[in-house]
Write a protein that binds this ligand. Structure first.
Ligand code: UTP
Ligand code: MG
Length: 590
């Protein structure tokens, strides 16, 4: 397949705005045509005062020079009025189009990013994605705001001026105007050599953004390790790379305007000499000569600005490539349309059969792993750190896919499920809790945006949230800060439990959900959890064995699979890993 250029790709995405683009283009071109009229008016006026009754206008029936001048004045007013009107129109159309396109592109891209699998995020840096969603889209906005109009108007100028020259004298046109389109074409090709340089600029901007984002979120770590100097150096290196990439581009693009100016100078001189000679010779009217001289002047300004416009264009294309690459990257998570009702889900078990899984480039986490999570049961999962407990949950949520084997729920493999249905059937308290920078109340309500206040408080009570919240000065309206950093670790965990309880899903998953609370709170939470897990399937992962002791079944994850499976008493009886862990935690062994 032929490589489609970024401009085409962008146009493809702007399909729904075709009519606006057309209208705006017509306004830009019309405005330019009126804008090019004054030299003609000047020419006509010169013609009137030099030739009087013999003038160009006189040949159309307006014999009296005074009448001719009045006619020209009225025409001038009309033309200036029209020019201004169309300038207003194209301004509004292009600028609003730029706003609409950046708005839609940002939403589309973000929407697409939200559909990506976790593997996609693992390969990228948050700051780089952020740069695409912000800077790159803004770069496109800047081009559409001004650049598209500039390109159209320059082309119109060259065509109209060329036409007028041809009409007046093809000999002068040959020397003065014909080289200009060729020079522009050549310069555009030359400017294309900027493409890879701007791609580099955008890439280094993304990398720098990623580092800054990382540093800002890890500021307390940086300061506690007094690593400010080191970080400063790293930022400096990347900032330098950005500057160098830009310098390369500037070196090329700065040569552009002087080049164009030289081209126009040739045209201007040719007109001056050749036209002047023909006028002296009597083959060219004085009026026509002045039209030509003023016209070449008219070329100068827009053409010298062309460098800037091409620059804007190339930058926009580099950005556009980045944005469209994200927008068209296939979403990794494929889904089916299996969407069973709540009751079916509640009465179904989850089965892992012969599941193999390894993270890319790593040792396998699971090999031929078999497991059944029986509906209605509370299952505790234990195992040493790094054994694969969280990975098991990621497989359930389809944040990762088995390499072999299958996982099924309600008799259908997870890939057949409608993804939203699947995930809305699980309430997860993650090992690494993310709270949103809003109030405590709203953070809990995140579990079910339609919940009444009463339901939110009920969930908060079950998660032992109420006591500590009542002691806060702003109570339920307390802002938790970015990521919830204004709360303690244990408080954050309890909010996350309340949020999951409020979601009220058929499968409840707690991954180290109570690891940060004290023993007393843990015991209280335990009672709540017993209540919540009544009649639903629950998976509770914990290092602290007291948390899972009362589970219907406890599984030990070890060496790529489930190595022990039974109730607390049974496992202690067997005398395997679990019993050793139990002995260590209860102080019977060391
Ligand atoms: P898990 O994250 O599943 O381990 O990682 P775990 O049992 O929950 O551990 P704790 O108790 O929370 O500490 C299982 C293995 O997968 C690797 C980890 O390094 C670990 O060896 N892993 C995890 C990856 O390679 N990539 C990841 O994105 C996550
Ligand atoms: Mg874990």
């Amino acid at each position: 397949m032929a490589e489609v250029g970024p401009f085409r790709r962008l146009l493809g995405h702007m399909g729904s705005h075709k009519s606006t683009i057309r209208l705006a283009s017509v306004c830009s071109i019309t405005n330019k045509i009126w804008d090019l009229a004054p030299p003609l008016l000047i020419g006509l006026a010169v013609d009137v005062v030099v030739l009087k009754e013999e003038s160009f206008l006189a040949s159309y029936g307006l014999v009296d020079p005074w009448h001719q001048l009045i006619f020209l004045s009225v025409l001038t007013f009309a033309i200036w009025g029209l020019e201004s009107l169309f300038e207003y129109f194209y301004g509004i159309l292009w600028r609003n189009l730029a706003q609409t396109v950046q708005h839609e592109l940002r939403l589309d891209t973000f929407n697409h990013v939200q559909k990506q699998g976790m593997g996609w995020f693992d390969e990228r840096q948050k700051g780089d994605i952020l740069a695409i969603l912000n800077d790159d889209i803004n770069q496109l906005e800047r081009f559409l705001d001004k650049g598209a109009n500039d390109l159209l108007q320059v082309s119109t100028t060259v065509l109209v001026v060329g036409g007028v020259f041809l009409f007046i004298s093809w000999e002068i046109a040959l020397f003065a105007v014909l080289p200009i389109p060729i020079i522009i074409w050549g310069s555009f090709k030359y400017q294309r050599s900027l493409e890879p340089r701007y791609a580099e600029v955008r890439k280094s901007a993304g990398a720098m953004n990623a580092l800054l984002e990382n540093d800002l979120s890890g500021m307390s770590t940086i300061q506690s390790f007094t690593a400010e100097e080191r970080e400063m150096k790293r930022v400096e290196t990347l900032s330098n790379r950005y500057r160098e990439a830009n310098r390369e581009a500037i070196r090329l693009s700065a040569a552009f305007t002087p080049l164009i100016r030289m081209a126009i100078l040739c045209g201007f001189t040719a007109t001056l000499l050749l036209g002047g000679w023909m006028t002296l010779d009597g083959t060219l009217a004085v009026g026509a000569y002045s039209v030509l001289v003023f016209m070449t002047q008219r070329l100068l300004w827009p053409l010298t600005r062309l460098g800037e416009t091409f620059d804007l264009y190339q930058r926009a294309m580099a950005s556009s490539t980045r944005v469209l690459d994200v927008l068209t990257s296939p979403t990794e998570v494929e889904q089916g349309d299996f969407s069973p009702d709540e009751q079916t889900i509640e009465q179904s078990s989850i089965v892992f059969s012969n599941v193999d899984f390894a993270y890319p480039g790593r040792e396998p986490v699971f090999e031929k792993m078999n497991l059944e999570l029986v509906q209605g049961e509370t299952v505790g999962i234990v195992g040493s750190t790094g054994a694969g407990k969280t990975t098991l949950i990621r497989l359930l949520l389809r944040f990762a896919e088995p390499n072999n084997g299958l996982i099924s729920w309600a008799g259908r493999k997870l890939q057949d499920w409608n993804l939203e249905r699947l995930r809305s059937s699980m309430a997860l308290v993650d090992q690494h809790i993310t709270l949103f920078p809003t109030t405590i109340l709203e953070n809990i309500r995140y579990g079910n945006p339609n919940a009444e206040d009463g339901q939110v408080f009920e969930a908060a009570k079950l998660a032992e949230v109420v006591d500590f919240v009542e002691e806060l000065p702003d109570k339920w309206s307390t802002l938790v800060g970015e990521g919830g950093h204004r709360l303690s670790g244990g408080q954050r965990q309890r909010l996350a439990i309340a949020r999951a309880v409020l979601k009220d899903a058929p499968l409840l998953i707690l991954d180290e959900a109570t690891s940060a609370v004290d023993n007393e709170t843990e015991a209280a939470l335990q009672r709540s959890i017993n209540k919540i897990t009544q009649g639903r399937t629950a998976v509770i992962i914990a290092h602290r064995l007291s948390t899972v002791r009362n589970a219907d079944r406890i599984l030990v994850v070890e060496n790529g699979g489930i190595r022990e499976d039974g109730s607390h008493d049974e496992l202690v009886q067997i005398g395997g890993t679990y019993s050793r862990m139990w002995a260590v935690q209860t102080g019977q062994s060391n």
